[in-house]
Structure formats: C-alpha cells, structure tokens
Design a protein around this ligand. Structure first.
Ligand code: NAP
Length: 283
C-alpha cells in the first residue's frame, strides 16, 4: 500500500474507537483498488468533537465516518445535509469539501436496506407493516430509510414509551409508538421485525417479542452483530423465519461511504464479510 504526501485521507471518529472494524475494511478496499490513500481511526475527547471537525475543514481529510457518541453532533456541525441524515436526525458520514464546508450524510439506513436485499432476496418492503424494537438513534435512522424504501407503516416499540412517541411524532402518521403489551397484536401482521435495541449485545437475551407470532413470510433482523447469531436471530430461525444480521448492515453502509470519500467504487472482489468474521472471532 502506498501512502504518499498526496494520499487521500479518510477515517472514522468515535469514542471509544479501538474496536471499530472500519479501518481494516476500508484499508483492505484501498489496497485492492491500488489507491494512494489511508483510512484512520480518530478518538477525540468527547467535548472536542466540534473542534476536531473544524480542524479537518478545507482539506485535512476528504471524509470521515462518525460513530457513537457523535452521530447527532455530526449532523449539527455540518453546513449541509442529505434528506436521509436530516430525517434520521444523525449523520454517520461527513464529507469535508475543499471550500471549507462540511456535508452530512447517513449511510446506516441504506446499509440496512441493502442488507435485507442481500440476505432476504425478494422481500417486498411495501407489502406489510414493520415493527422496530427500540427508539434510539439506530431506530430513528432505520425508520427514515424504511419509509423512503416504501414501508407502508412502522410501529416503534420501546421500553421507554415517551422516546417512541417522540420518534413517531417526528415522522408523521405512518409511524406509531406502541407499548410492548401491543406486540401480540402487531407481530401477526408484520412483514419485517427489527431489533434496534442494544439487547443481545455481548451474548445476552434479545427483546422478549414472540417471533413465532409473525407470518411465516416475515423477515427478522437484528442490528446487534456481536455475537453474529444473536439469541433474537436464533429464536427467529427456530420459528422458521428468514433472518438478516447486523454485520451485513455494517458492511453495506461502508460501501457508499467508501465511494463518497475515495471517489471510486469499493472493489467487489474483496470478501469484507470474511475479513470481518475473522476479526469478530466468528470465522
Ligand atoms: P441507543 O440510542 O443507546 O438506544 C438503545 C435502545 O435500546 C433504546 O431504545 C433503549 O431503550 C433500548 N434498550 C437498552 N437497554 C434495554 C433494556 N435493558 N431493555 C429494553 N430496552 C433496552 O443506541 P443505538 O445507537 O440506537 O443502537 C442500538 C443498537 O443498534 C446497538 O446495539 C448498536 O450497536 C446497534 N447498531 C448497529 C448498527 C449496524 O450497522 N449493525 C448500526 C447502528 C447501531 P430506552 O429508550 O428505554 O432506554
């Protein structure tokens, strides 16, 4: 890999950042594409995020991914934003233009939609309601992308109902907030059920929804990818449902990100899933 004085610099910014898979994946693509470029991790102090972005304005880097806990502040610091970033209320990508301006985008939602297309081919987004478990940043981004992709309606089910209500109000009549006690009514009509809570992370139990109540055509997705086969996905499989994992979402959001930063398509011949599975100890 060549990194000259003319290299295009990209990266990922979060706190902490040392467990991020993104540097290894993007640098594998950079190497395969033969680019004079680098993708590096940044972990600014939590109160220095805006100063960090200001320092990159005008050419210090071409673009950076943004992850927890900076996604909402990334949108706020930007001069312009895509519709998706605005709807999601958060950005996971900042493009640093040569004129000093910063453009915010969000590729998490498109990553989710692409992951469904890969792991549940033929799924018709417009055919049936969606149930999202969780009402945090990931749920908001998912709702924005699913609405743009044609979902007819979305029910947000969250432990803290007020947070689900806030999210529903931000999106209008196609999105409703519901209590966990409504799941026995919602699940039999659902085409897609997504775990957007952090439940199941690190190997614990996922949300308590009875997935056997869903139609047998339903697709069940988990945004959590550590472990890859979460307890939630294992329950979905036991009920005979098609599943989509969080790792595929993570990998798919990186594809448009790479192109936005480096100006060329991510080389399809690199098996980034295999690389990620090895890094996660799942190979
Ligand atoms: P967040 O803003 O902190 O929201 C966390 C959500 O989980 C909230 O809805 C919270 O409910 C719920 N929750 C947490 N502990 C709970 C518990 N014990 N019982 C019931 N609900 C609980 O986090 P986020 O950014 O939305 O991320 C959510 C998950 O998605 C994380 O695991 C994250 O790693 C994952 N994610 C994956 C990808 C990907 O590419 N695969 C991308 C983004 C996020 P309350 O509102 O009641 O607290």
């Amino acid at each position: 890999m060549t990194i000259s004085g003319a290299a295009i610099v990209g990266g990922v910014c979060g706190q902490p950042i040392k467990h991020s898979l993104s540097p290894i994946l993007h640098n594998a693509w950079i190497e395969a594409a033969g680019l004079d470029a680098a993708y590096v991790p940044f972990a600014p102090a939590e109160d220095r995020f805006e100063a960090f972005v200001d320092g990159l304005r005008g050419g210090a880097a071409r673009g950076i991914n943004v992850t927890i806990p900076f996604k909402e502040r990334a949108l706020a610091v930007a001069d312009t934003a895509s519709d998706l970033a605005r709807m999601a209320g958060a950005a996971n990508l900042l493009i640093l233009n040569a004129d000093g301006s910063v453009h915010a985008d969000n590729t998490d939602g498109p990553g989710l939609i692409a992951a469904i297309a890969v792991q549940a081919p033929g799924f018709d987004m417009a055919a049936a309601p969606v149930v999202i478990l969780g009402a945090g940043g990931a749920a908001r981004g998912a709702a924005a992308a699913l609405l743009l992709a044609g979902a007819p309606s979305i029910a947000i089910v969250n432990r803290t109902l007020a947070r689900a209500r806030d999210l529903a109000e931000a999106f209008g009549p196609k999105v409703i907030a519901a209590e966990e006690s409504a799941l026995p009514d919602l699940l039999p009509r659902a085409g897609l059920v997504i775990n957007a809570t952090s439940l199941g992370l690190g190997g614990g139990e996922g949300p308590a929804a009875d997935l056997a109540l869903t139609p047998n055509t339903a697709v069940i997705m988990d945004m959590v990818y550590k472990p890859l086969r979460t307890e939630f996905l294992r329950r979905a499989e036991a009920a005979g449902r098609r599943t989509v994992d969080g790792l595929e979402m993570l990998l798919r959001q990186a594809v448009p990100t790479f192109e936005a930063i480096y100006g060329v398509a991510a080389p399809a011949e690199v098996d980034v899933r295999a690389i990620a599975l090895t890094l996660l100890g799942e190979a």
